[in-house]
Structures are given as structure tokens and as C-alpha cells.
Design a protein around this ligand. Structure first.
Ligand code: PAF
Length: 281
């Protein structure tokens, strides 16, 4: 596996592959890789001849007081894992390669509306940071296809909208969330949970499942279901941020019969913010 830190070298390798008519898939990450990331890599490998993974803890998507400094940086372990699963190139740029003039001077990509709700309301500027880095990485790597986890459902929607609005010629593939045996969605942030919180954590997915089951059995009082789930989350020891039932493709409140719905939740256990979602249909 090639380890590349600079854009010029990255482009050189990708250009060579393209000249040999090889299809390139890309998996952007912030590292601290777990089985969920490796599942994305596997999907990338199945859809292309060459796989590029990036590891970059993007300062622009962290707000003030968030965990940018504490975010786990495990490059050597990550590198070994990626090598083992057959990744062709790991792009691990320094911050000055990505933001030579700092994040303040960076041209920004903003996907309107969808960036400002749910996680975007609690974390102002987060999705501008995500859209900007993903757009920039897309331009650096120039893949044919890019793979993202559905665990970050709103992020996936923001990226799909961005690619559509900016006519970026990259196919976006969403992959189902990989879960621990007790149902907790895999996330680098699960490592922040202490033993007691780790035991409480699967309640988030349990409540998503219960709400999905109610909807699938014909419940239509979505506001009532949301209120009940918020209460149940508190009873399970969480400090809920949101628990909502939305239309799956634009995250707006459901309006029409027959729409595919997604249930999205974010809640704190101690200082750790967990997110999860489930399609109800
Ligand atoms: O999902 C993530 O790990 C990050 O938000 C991403 C897409 C790599 C952008 O920094």
C-alpha cells in the first residue's frame, strides 16, 4: 500500500490508474478505523479496481469546545489495517497541505437548509466543514465513486446534495451501519464511553427499532412517538439532543402518505454525543 502525504504525488498515482482504464473508489475517513470503516473499504474494493482511503482529522468540522484535540489519532494502527484489507493508497495529508492559509481563509462549500437542521443546529458550521473538506478531497483524489456510512445519515444527504448541485461526476454509495453485537452503531466516539455508559448506549438503537416497529404497524402520530422516545431516552440515562421522524430523502417533516421515513436521533451519555438512525419502511 502506498502512503502519500502530498497532493501532487496522489494525483500522479491516480492519473496512472486512470490511464490504464482502472476505476478508482475513495473512502474519506478521520482515522481511528473500526469494522464500520473496513466495511466501507470492502464496498469500495468491490466497486472499483483501485481503492484510495484518506485519513484527515478535519479541524473545520469541529466547533469550539468540541473534541478536535481529543479525537483519537492512530495512524500506525490504521495503516496496518488498511494494508491488510488491500487498500492501494492511503492519503494522509498534513493540515497545512489541506489548509495552507488556515481554515479561516478557506473557500467554503455550503449546502443550504439541510446543513442547518438536526446535527447542524446543535453543531453550527459542522456541515460546512464537512462539505468543504469532502469537496476538496474529491478534487484531490478525483475518484469515480466514493463510499460513506449511513450511520452519518445527515452527512450522507449533505454530500449527495452537494454532488448533485455542483455536478461533481462522482457516484456516491451509502453503506448500512455496522453495529456491535448489542446493536450500538460503531463509531470512533464509542471509545469515549466509560463502562457504565457503554452498557446504557444500546438503548438508543433499541428506541429507534421500537419507533420503527410502531410506524410499520400503522402508527401515524409521529409527534407523539417522538415525545415518547425522548422520555424513554432520558429514562435510559441519556441527555437527548433530538429524536425525530423525517422524510428519508430531504430530512423534512413527513407530509405525504407512502414516503420513506427515517428516524434520526442524537443524544449525550455523559459528555459523549452519540448519533444513530433507522429507516422505517
Ligand atoms: O465521516 C467522517 O469521518 C468525516 O466527516 C469525513 C467524511 C471523513 C469528512 O471529514
Amino acid at each position: 500500500m502506498l502512503l502519500v502525504n502530498e497532493v501532487e504525488a496522489l494525483r500522479g498515482y491516480v492519473k496512472g490508474w486512470r490511464q490504464s482504464d482502472e476505476k478508482v473508489a475513495f473512502v474519506p475517513t478521520m482515522g481511528n478505523l473500526h469494522a464500520g470503516h473496513l466495511d466501507l473499504v470492502e464496498a469500495a474494493r468491490q466497486h472499483a479496481d483501485r481503492t484510495v482511503v484518506s485519513i484527515f482529522v478535519n479541524p473545520m468540522q469541529f466547533g469550539e469546545g468540541e473534541d478536535f484535540d481529543a479525537y483519537p489519532r492512530t495512524l500506525e494502527e490504521d495503516r496496518a489495517k488498511l494494508q491488510e484489507v488491500g487498500v492501494d493508497l492511503l492519503f494522509a495529508p498534513a493540515a497545512k497541505t489541506i489548509y495552507p492559509s488556515g481554515t479561516g481563509q478557506q473557500t467554503r462549500v455550503e449546502v443550504p437548509d439541510i446543513s442547518d437542521i438536526l446535527c447542524g443546529a446543535t453543531r453550527p458550521g459542522h456541515f460546512v466543514g464537512v462539505a468543504t473538506i469532502v469537496c476538496k478531497l474529491f478534487n484531490m483524489v478525483q475518484p469515480d465513486i466514493a463510499v460513506f456510512g449511513e450511520k452519518d445519515y445527515q452527512q450522507l444527504m449533505v454530500i449527495r446534495h452537494m454532488v448533485n448541485d455542483l455536478a461533481i461526476p462522482i457516484e456516491i454509495l451509502g453503506k448500512a451501519t455496522v453495529r456491535e453485537p448489542d446493536g450500538l452503531a460503531m463509531s470512533s466516539r464509542n471509545g469515549y464511553l466509560d463502562a457504565g455508559e457503554r452498557k446504557q448506549a444500546p438503548a438508543l438503537y433499541r428506541l429507534l427499532r421500537e419507533t420503527a416497529a410502531a410506524i410499520n404497524s400503522g402508527a401515524k402520530d409521529y409527534a407523539g412517538l417522538e415525545r415518547q422516545a425522548l422520555k424513554d431516552l432520558e429514562a435510559a440515562g441519556f441527555r437527548p439532543d433530538y429524536f425525530v421522524i423525517r422524510t428519508a430523502d430531504n430530512l423534512q417533516a413527513p407530509r405525504e402518505k407512502g414516503e420513506t421515513l427515517v428516524i434520526l436521533a442524537a443524544a449525550y451519555l455523559g459528555t459523549t454525543r452519540l448519533i444513530d438512525n433507522l429507516i422505517a419502511a
